[in-house]
Design a protein around this ligand. Structure first.
Ligand code: NAD
Length: 499
């Protein structure tokens, strides 16, 4: 419950901090303890409409600010994030639950992205090409599109907004940002720092509230030509459907069911370390989490016993405490869903090797903690091997050889991250070619990304776009081809004018 000391926060619209038009609010709490954290506007259509109007008005000036100047603001933003990194990491451990080193990594990703996209201010390369006609000059340039609707999940509350907002801004667009209702405070801090860095009023607006009331209004709003969403597959499908009437550009980064393949010749110490980090880091609440481990039969028994021992050594607790490896999951609904998959796995005939229970007692009573869980003897068709659980649960599957490993790894609807542990370079290259995923790691787990490479997935993980790297610019710009004829006569392309 909120106490009188619980602070109340507002939306930022057109440079002003305002309540929801209805005056309604919602409260958030700390997943590790259940204590109240803040009170936020429960916004609706009217608030979204006002924010879109503010962003549309600001676009007319922002698009004309030279891109290198826009980039300089992002550099300042990156510096501010770096100065406040420790405070933001602590706040993230409280609001979202991840452990401090991972929370600091989340902030670092935003720092990296801000600097990288700041540099884009001096690139944003187009092309110049020869013309097929004399005395004519051809070029292509990237142009901003307008108001970008940014809808984000709670699991990377600083990094994911930066992957979307930094490229949107450097390209000259303005933004209406709707953060997840589980992490609104970090969203608020994010836009506060952008304003402090020099982003003018109206260029970035934040509207708090639910997916139905705020997100959906953004998705259907005719004044928002681009929606960039990271979330579940179900949400992505709904968003795409609801945006169809306005023919919007839709950029989707959705779920995963990522696998680590371990071949007989792998370095098993390294593999165990990579699996533990990928399966149980962020309590398994990463889109790139390894929720399947596909093991060649010669390594299976040894890997299984080492993995169970390593999982049982992990210490659960509040993310801000020293020595804690695994924080809470985000909320009661997530805890219930994760536990229900333990029941499903047992019913399907998989062998519960460790975990499989809500972790109460020992000071963890009021938090949403779940024991790191490993299932053995999992078959590829089982629900625990097919569906995204988004918690600290992983499934071990036994295969005969690389071909079967690749088939099993690919035999899902998602295609985000993938990994293989092997010392055989030929097999590694076959895996790089054949694994159906946007990301493949060799001798590393499935998680982690560098901001200058494209990030995203194939199949049910997305709709063909990529976040980060140069690829991100394609989401936030339109190409314009420009022909300059300096011949002084009307030259007609493709028309044969020879006598
Ligand atoms: P979610 O789909 O429930 O919510 C994501 C965001 O969409 C939230 O802000 C939510 O309020 C909003 N939303 C929900 N319904 C909406 C609607 N109808 N219209 C508009 N907006 C709507 O996801 P979540 O639980 O916050 O996050 C977890 C999911 O995100 C997982 O599936 C995970 O794999 C995925 N994810 C993917 C990536 C990636 O890059 N591929 C990264 C992180 C998380």
């Amino acid at each position: 419950m909120a106490t009188t000391a619980t602070k109340t926060f507002k939306n930022l619209i057109g440079g002003e901090w305002v309540d929801a038009a209805s005056g309604d609010t919602f409260e958030t709490s700390i997943p590790a303890t259940g204590e109240a954290l803040g009170v936020f506007p429960r916004s609706g259509a009217e608030d979204v409409d006002r924010a879109v109007e503010a962003a549309k008005a600001a676009f007319e000036e922002w698009r004309l600010v030279p891109a290198p100047r826009r980039g300089e603001i992002l550099f300042r933003f990156g510096q501010l994030l770096a100065e406040r990194k420790d405070d933001l990491a602590l706040l993230m451990a409280r609001e979202m639950g991840k452990v401090i080193p991972e929370a600091a990594g989340d902030v670092q990703e935003a720092i990296d992205m801000s600097f990288y996209m700041g540099g884009e201010g001096r690139r944003l390369f187009g092309q110049t090409t020869p013309s097929e006609l004399p005395d004519k000059f051809n070029m292509s340039v990237r142009q901003p599109i307008g108001v970008i609707g940014v809808i984000t999940p709670w699991n990377f509350p600083i990094a994911i907004p930066s992957w979307k907002i930094a490229p949107a801004l450097v390209c000259g667009n303005t933004v209406v940002f709707k953060p997840a209702t589980d992490t609104p405070l970090l969203g608020e801090r994010f836009v506060e720092l952008l304003a402090e860095a020099g982003v003018p009023p109206g260029v970035v607006n934040i509207v708090h509230g639910g997916g139905g009331a705020v997100g959906d209004r953004l998705v259907r709003h005719p004044g928002v030509p681009v929606i960039t969403l990271t979330g579940s597959r179900e949400t992505g499908v709904e968003v795409m459907r609801n945006a169809a009437d306005n023919l919007k550009h839709i950029h989707l980064e959705l779920g995963g069911k990522n696998a680590i393949v371990v071949l007989d010749d792998a370095d098993l110490d390294l593999a165990v370390e990579g699996i533990v980090w990928s399966a149980f880091g962020t309590s398994g609440q990463r889109c790139t989490a390894a929720s399947r481990v596909i093991v060649q039969e010669g390594a299976y028994e040894e890997l299984q016993s080492r993995l169970v021992a390593a999982a049982e050594r992990l210490r659960l607790g509040p993310g801000w405490e020293d020595g804690v490896d695994v924080g809470p999951v985000i909320n009661q609904a997530a805890l219930d869903k994760i536990h229900s998959y333990t029941g499903i796995g047992v019913d399907e005939g998989a062998k519960l090797l460790t975990g499989g229970e809500v972790a109460g007692g020992n000071g963890l009573g009021d938090g949403f903690f779940y024991r790191p869980t490993i299932f053995g003897d999992v078959e590829p068709g089982m629900r625990i091997a097919q569906e995204e659980i988004f918690g600290p649960t992983t499934a071990l599957l036994r295969v005969r050889d690389l071909d079967e490993a690749v088939r099993v790894s690919n035999g899902i609807e998602f295609g985000l991250s993938s990994s293989i542990f092997t010392r055989d370079v030929n097999k590694a290259f076959r895996a790089m070619r054949d694994l159906e995923a946007g990301i493949t790691y060799i001798n590393a787990g499935t998680i982690g990304a560098e901001v200058h490479l494209p990030f995203g997935g194939v199949k049910g993980t997305g709709n063909g776009h990529r976040e980060a790297g140069q690829a991100a610019l394609d989401v936030f710009t339109e190409w314009k081809s420009i022909y300059v004829d300096y011949s002084g006569k009307l030259q007609k392309a493709q028309i044969d004018t020879s006598e």
